[in-house]
Design a protein around this ligand. Structure first.
Ligand SMILES: C[S@@+](CC[C@H](N)C(=O)[O-])C[C@H]1O[C@@H](n2cnc3c(N)ncnc32)[C@H](O)[C@@H]1O
Length: 300
């Protein structure tokens, strides 16, 4: 495993922290799952609201997050367990721990500032490195494989579907013409050669985001989770999800609505909660964040 130096040196500001803690309505003796532990920012606040009889379960696909948080939470007396897993498999962790249901689940989707700004992970168009973009460094498929092996249709559809970039076709064509695409700079060059300079920075961010979502199978894992999480929530248990992408927000909204109609959830956010202007001025990354909250209905 690579060293976790970047986890120590690069900050990540947890988004809408007060809103999340309110949303979870934490019971001091309850069991809470943070499915996207990251640098443990939200989890630190969750654990502060738990008593010695409570339990925090933290999950992340990035092993570096788990190593970092094991150190960061070393002094915490409240029980906490951290797992290198996908949140979509959280039920398997609960089964292993012989826990039937929990009192709250929190997800903060996407990637952390640490991952984005780590010079060697390939998430950002700003620093040249290998085309990696994996959350889980044990996963085989990297951005390199997608960029060099997808056919034109798959590649342009991936870019369009996960970024709404209307120049997805010329970009995909140029990527294919310039293969092999070996580095972040090669991908930047393919985008540069297929787009006008105006707004190119936005295009770069969008294409990198789309490839990252594909590499990490982010939409399918969210769908898997949404289809089953209510089975593991206690009556009155809360679910709170922060998303950054319109596809994710639509999925969450639609699933909550369906579960509201079938009587298993009470939706607390007709419209998603967004960060205050003050928070946005302090943390540019939170601009597109949307928080949706729901509660498991008694007797559902
Ligand atoms: C926005 S960050 C979370 C930051 C965290 N809330 C904090 O305050 O430090 C998202 C995290 O989710 C992780 N992640 C993304 N997809 C995941 C998945 N399917 N299962 C578990 N973790 C995932 C990423 O590795 C990243 O660390």
């Amino acid at each position: 495993m690579r060293n976790i130096g970047d986890y120590h040196s690069i900050p990540h500001l947890p988004i809408m922290i007060d809103e999340v803690i309110l949303a979870l309505n934490i019971k001091p003796d309850g069991i809470y799952v943070d499915g996207t532990l990251g640098k443990g920012g939200h989890s630190k606040s969750i654990i502060k609201n738990l008593s010695g009889k409570g339990l925090l379960i933290g999950i992340d696909r990035d092993e570096q997050s788990i190593s970092f948080c094991n150190q960061y939470f070393k002094e915490e007396k409240t029980p906490h367990l951290f797992y290198h897993e996908s949140y979509s498999n959280f039920h398997k962790i609960l089964d292993k721990l012989k826990i039937k249901k929990v009192d709250g689940i929190f997800l903060d989707l996407g990637l952390s500032s640490v991952q984005l700004e780590s010079a060697d992970r390939g998430f950002s168009y700003k620093s040249n490195s290998d085309l990696d973009m994996r959350f889980d460094l044990k996963q085989k498929r990297k951005a390199f494989d997608i960029l060099n092996n997808f056919d034109f249709k798959n590649l342009s559809d991936t870019i369009f579907n996960y970024s709404n970039e209307r120049r997805s076709r010329p970009i995909a064509r140029r990527i294919i013409n310039l293969r092999p695409i070996k580095s972040v700079n090669d991908l930047v060059e393919a985008i540069r050669r297929s787009t006008p300079p105006k707004n190119r920075v936005k295009t770069l961010a969008r294409v990198f985001q789309a490839i990252r979502i594909e590499v990490n199978n982010e939409i399918n894992l969210l769908k898997e989770f949404l289809s089953s999480f209510t089975n593991k929530l206690n009556n009155g248990g809360r679910i709170a999800i922060i998303s950054f992408h319109s596809i994710e927000d639509r999925l969450i909204k639609h699933n909550f609505k369906q579960m509201g109609l079938n009587g298993s959830l009470d939706i607390h956010t007709k419209k998603p909660i967004i960060p205050t202007r003050y928070e946005m001025s302090k943390n540019l990354r939170c601009k597109s964040a949307k928080l949706r909250i729901a509660e498991k209905r008694p007797y559902a």
